[in-house]
Design a protein around this ligand. Structure first.
Ligand SMILES: *Cc1c(COP(=O)(O)O)cnc(C)c1O
Length: 517
């Protein structure tokens, strides 16, 4: 051991445990977004051990680390088998769904170098990863409104949006926001007719829908995978419903020619020839090995059972929510995601319901209004929710009762005027600070001031640390977010983007190296 350096391993790990205790729980089904819990006790340890066994290996050179090549080919082979790929199908393991979607767009753009002003045609419900792809790769995103009540993509409108600049059409299986599967066979036919690629974003449904469809357990989802003529690529995240540790997704292409465009090589420097199938160059073997171990261990029958379990929980939660006065579920969810909205004008709001749920230890994700989709609460249901549906429904009923008693949050007229007057393209730091103050959000205590509400200093137990320096100290988040969310809900999407990006910048502030834990 190196003598006389920092705290001992046990102490450092104890500190990590203390920090993690303030996070949203990742197990037990109480966090209904961001995390996926199989409910199987042994998976975490298996993943951790496999991760540790390979985290120092580098996927940068698969000839130096053939184990990584082997595991990647295994995972891609399993995914192809599950998702209807033919004998020519190939794939790539990426760091996550966003990277898979980015690479699908990049490959499509590179496959059509003749198109000067490339564009992609997407349903308006498509995951924001495709907006990011457009932003990063200089590809225009042509958004086609979905059916206003089913929230499914519209094949005719999609056809009408395709032009000579279209390098890719995208559809979702299912969409993140509403959990509905787009009419993939019809859209694939349209894409094929126009000679354009079609990417199916099955990031969240790709490890569930095949099992539900195979066993005919309560989904009416249409065929959506690579077996549908016209589907040229598909993304599926293993760190979602394959219940793998974070950092693994698979991008499949119908053949190697379609994949070529997302490979990158550069020999134009004095070092090694850089040869990258993904956006990363050095790639840890950890997430790959963890996923490989988990996928092998759970196996096809295990995933079939997990998919059935998660779907059954989803159906039960959906029925229970629909029975609550004033709540409903948007669309006809095909998989394991629910969007909970107000039914009519019941005299309470969902922002308060979300706060009340959080106060009871349940965490849901707010989805703001967009086109025909009203504000709603997103629920990602996993196998761990099975058998505990009543606990969630009870919390939901209590949260609604409290929200009714509190009445809807009202926005102060002055604040509303302030928001309406803001130009997102010209937002100044002063305006942002003014808005924060108006919303009752102050900066956390500075280094000179005592930190009174506990070790993490902000009372919310999650973000911010009260130890920032300089003028932009971390913000002290209130326990109740309804007021802020109501404010964000009336902002335009562009203004919301600007405000939240600005806000993020206030969260990420360096802690002094010698700050107390
Ligand atoms: C989660 C998700 C993504 C993005 O995946 P990340 O792993 O969060 O980067 C893309 N598309 C859909 C449909 C998703 O659900």
């Amino acid at each position: 051991m190196i003598p006389g350096v920092g705290p001992g391993a046990d102490e450092v790990l104890a500190e990590l445990t203390r920090l993690r205790a303030g996070d949203a729980p990742t197990h037990g089904g109480r966090t209904l977004a961001y995390v996926y819990d199989s409910g199987l006790g042994d998976l975490d340890e298996l993943a951790a051990r496999a991760h540790a066994a390979a985290s120092s290996a580098n996927g940068l050179d698969p000839t130096a680390f053939p184990s990584l090549l082997h595991m990647e080919n295994d995972l891609v082979g399993t995914a192809i088998e599950l998702l209807g790929g033919g004998r020519a199908a190939v794939g790539t393991v990426t760091s996550g769904g966003t990277e898979s979607c980015l690479l699908a767009v990049l490959a499509a753009r590179e496959g059509r170098r003749d198109v000067v002003d490339p564009s992609i045609v997407v349903p308006s419900t498509v995951h924001a990863a495709f907006r990011k792809a457009g932003h990063l790769f200089g590809v225009r995103v042509v958004s086609v409104p979905v059916d206003p009540t089913t929230f499914r993509a519209d094949p005719d409108a999609t056809a009408a949006a395709i032009d000579h600049t279209t390098v890719l059409v995208v559809a979702s299986a299912p969409s993140y926001a509403h959990g509905v599967v787009d009419p993939i066979p019809e859209i694939a036919a349209v894409a094929r007719e126009h000679g354009v690629r079609l990417h199916v974003d099955a990031c969240i449904g790709g490890w569930v829908l095949p099992y539900l469809r195979r066993e005919r357990v309560g989904t009416r989802a249409p065929a959506f995978d690579l077996s549908v003529p016209g589907v040229t690529s598909l993304s599926v995240d293993l760190h979602k419903y394959a219940y793998c540790a974070k950092g693994v997704s698979v991008l499949l292409h119908a053949d190697a020619e379609l994949r070529r465009g997302h490979y990158f090589a550069s020999a134009d420097w004095p070092g090694y020839t850089m040869l990258n199938p993904t956006l990363q160059s050095t790639r840890s073997g950890g997430p790959l090995a963890a996923a490989w171990a988990v996928v092998r261990h759970v196996g096809d029958d295990g995933y079939a059972a997990l998919a059935r379990t998660a779907r059954a929980a989803t159906e039960e939660i959906r029925a229970g929510i629909t029975a609550i006065d004033g709540l409903g579920v948007l669309g006809e969810p095909d998989s394991t995601l629910l969007a909970v909205a107000l039914d009519g004008d019941p005299g309470f709001d969902l922002f308060t319901v979300a706060d009340e749920l959080a106060a009871r230890g349940w965490y849901v994700q707010l989805q703001f209004p967009h086109e025909s989709s009203p504000a709603n609460l997103h629920l990602t249901v996993t196998a761990a929710n099975r058998g505990h549906e009543d606990a969630l429904l009870t919390a939901m009923r209590e949260a609604v009762t409290s929200a009714v008693a509190a009445g809807p949050v009202t926005l102060d007229d002055d604040l509303r005027a302030l928001i309406d007057a803001l130009d997102p393209e010209a937002l100044t730091p002063e305006q942002f600070a003014g808005l924060l103050a108006a919303a009752g959000l102050g900066a956390g205590p500075d280094e000179d001031g005592p930190d009174e509400d506990g070790p993490d200093g902000n009372g919310d137990g999650r973000t911010g640390d009260g130890q920032g320096r300089g003028p932009g100290r971390p913000i002290r988040l209130p326990d109740r977010m309804a007021g802020i969310n109501a404010m964000l809900a009336v902002a335009s999407p562009r203004l919301r983007e600007r405000l939240l990006a600005e806000f993020l910048g206030t969260l990420y502030r360096p802690r002094a190296a010698d700050a107390s834990p």
